[in-house]
Design a protein around this ligand. Sequence first.
Ligand SMILES: [Zn+2]
Length: 312
Amino acid sequence: MKALRIPFAGATLNRREVERRDASFVQQLITSDMARLLVVSDLALHRLKSDGDTSVDVPLRVALHTCRDIADIYFLGTETNSVPYFATHRSNVSAIPDEEFSDIDLRQQYATLADATLARLAIGRSLVTWHNTARFCGSCGQSARVVEFGAARKCTSCGTSNYPRVNPVALTLVLDGCGSCLLAQHVQRPKFFTCVAGFISQGETLEEAARREVEEETGLKVGNVSYVFSQPWPFPGQLMLGCFATVVDRNAPVKVDTHELLAAKWFTRDEVIGALARSRDSPLRVPDSIALANRLLSHWIDAITDGKQPKL
Ligand SMILES: [Zn+2]
């Protein structure tokens, strides 16, 4: 079976969890000529036009003196070539005018970026987005200051610590064991059919969440659920957990939750192959290869092409 590339996975960044507790260690890196800064906004990452088209970040020494607040420059870690990486929000370097930046849209340009670069950009994007929403303490409402150069925030009043959060999502490909899979057309993303997805609730396992979401959205009961692989998803900070699930009764009627879905249908292996190949004749559209749903479909096709149904 082919190894599948999973966008945003494969980070080679060393987050320096121990060394970053020593402020002098990070301060030394901030002033290093090698240090790079990821500049993040809600929609894009920004690079300096003067720094060339190959850069996906900005020399920190250029941006540092324009920063509104140096505390809002977060340390991501060091790469295997020892280059230290930091990230901040676009608004923190507002002294640099828009015309000096060009934008990188991760969703559009992911395929042109190396795995480790893409993973690093995803970490920076998720971290900056989290800090922007965690400026006040969830316990008492007072301001929360950055600690360990972005590893957490601590309330200035009650001392509660908050850490960058990740929200787990169960992404489930329902199979019938006979060469067909069930795909859903979501109300919010009607252009394609994809896996059933939903946030894992408190007190749930991945398997329980997958079974609940499939039944809620399609009316179908699934039995065995098996984890396949996962993907960090930086829009803004999910962890997608891909799994296969077997339907209990292939002939049971599909009853969609119209609040969530427009439709849910069974598709054959050949229909999915056509959609993955972007065949012009294919009536089925599936998500691009940036999405774990696409990788899960490819993994299923590879498994049955190799002559075996995936293990469940
Ligand atoms: Zn507090």
